[in-house]
Design a protein around this ligand. Structure first.
Ligand code: SAH
Ligand code: SF4
Length: 350
């Protein structure tokens, strides 16, 4: 534990920051100034907040901190487009984030938990068990890390996907507050369309998101269209079976008008047959949705193998025939273990 286990300003909402500042006997607008320093100028040092009175700066330094995460590992894909960072939290916990650069956007894949309690069979995060939820500040800080880095190149974070380690809907409050803080107009100002939350099917969380007035992108990790197989691959299916997941997803679409994404990680001879594809087509026919096929990424020690390319394409063809928009997700950063399902929060082997 570091000595400064004082208040992390990144854990606060804009209102909470304002309350703090007012409690300290300062005018409200000081909170807006601090907010801009943190989320617009991207500083983590109150000493740099030159438009604040010295006393306030000192108090911020003494009683708070702006939780920058310690970087303990970095890996870059050969093409320089995918970058994985291993962070260490104040209590020593390790977790990872990935920056993916595309032509017109820079997407950050953030973690919401250390490990994951769901335990999907082909996922490296799931295989390591669950340690704890990340705080709002720890989720936000992952994005700020890359925002600072990109700012040096005059570039910005354009998208945030909650697809790193952990099940974001089991850490709803912290995840949602982080999204709200990153959305704030005086800071990074990322709009609702810039966020995607991916879930293994935590039905109460999907319903909660549907009731929010802020409609982010929703991705459902489907993987199989029948309960027997899904029970095995995504164990939370035993708690929230497919029909409940589908009802909640339809409710989300109805409330938000947004097209949802269904992710299917294809594992050889497990969920990738023509029959499996037809079952998915039946399940999703007519829905406002999009399917993302992810040929399984290799996970050390896992018996699951990726579906060969031709079979992935046959699977896609069946969905397309059913008029379901289907794309194949490009493998990104798999050589540096930065692909979907590969994050473990461990140092890379040297
Ligand atoms: N916990 C959330 C988000 C993180 S995982 C969820 O499960 O949705 C992001 C995506 O990667 C999910 O669709 C997940 O099922 C998928 N995935 C897990 N392991 C994988 C692997 N080995 N190869 C490819 N995709 C995988
Ligand atoms: Fe958790 Fe998602 Fe991995 Fe499943 S795929 S174990 S829900 S991180």
């Amino acid at each position: 534990m570091k000595p400064d286990d004082n208040l992390n300003l990144l854990d606060l909402s804009a209102d909470e920051l304002q309350r703090l500042v007012v409690e300290w006997g300062e005018p409200r607008f000081r909170a807006a100034q601090i907010w801009r320093w943190i989320y617009h100028t991207l500083t983590d040092d109150p000493g740099e907040m030159v438009n604040l009175p010295k006393d306030l700066r000192r108090r911020l330094e003494e009683e708070t901190h702006i939780g920058r995460l310690e970087v303990v590992g970095e890996a870059m894909s050969e093409d320089g487009l995918t970058e994985k960072v291993l962070f260490q939290a104040d209590d020593g916990q390790l977790f990872e984030s990935v920056l993916m650069r595309y032509t017109n956007r820079n997407s950050v894949c953030v973690s919401s938990q250390v490990g994951c309690p769901i335990g999907c069979v082909f996922c490296a995060t799931g295989n390591q068990g669950f340690t704890r939820n990340l705080t709002t500040g720890e989720i936000t800080a992952q994005v700020l890390h890359f925002a600072r880095k990109l700012a040096e190149e005059n570039a910005h974070v354009t998208n945030v996907v909650l697809m790193g380690m952990g099940e974001p809907l089991l850490n709803f409050d912290n995840m949602w507050q982080a999204i709200m803080n990153l959305n704030d107009r005086e800071g990074l100002a990322l709009g609702a369309r810039r966020f995607t939350v991916s879930t293994s099917g935590v039905v109460p969380g999907i319903e909660r998101m549907a009731h929010e007035s802020f409609a982010v992108g929703l991705a459902i990790s489907l993987h199989a269209a029948d309960n027997a197989l899904r029970d095995k691959l995504v164990p939370i299916n035993r708690t929230y079976p497919l029909d409940q997941v589908m009802d909640a997803t339809r409710f989300y679409i109805e409330r938000t008008g947004r097209r949802v994404t269904f992710e299917i990680a294809l594992a050889k001879d497990v969920n990738d047959s023509i029959d499996h594809a037809q079952a998915v087509a039946e399940l999703l026919r007519g829905m406002l949705c999009h399917v993302n096929l992810i040929p399984l990424n290799p996970v050390p020690g896992s018996p699951y193998l990726p579906t060969p390319k031709e079979q992935v394409m046959r699977f896609q063809e069946i969905l397309v025939q059913a008029r379901i928009q289907t794309t194949i997700r490009l493998a990104r950063g798999t050589a540096i273990q930065a692909g979907c399902g590969q994050l473990r929060g461990q140092h890379l082997p040297k």
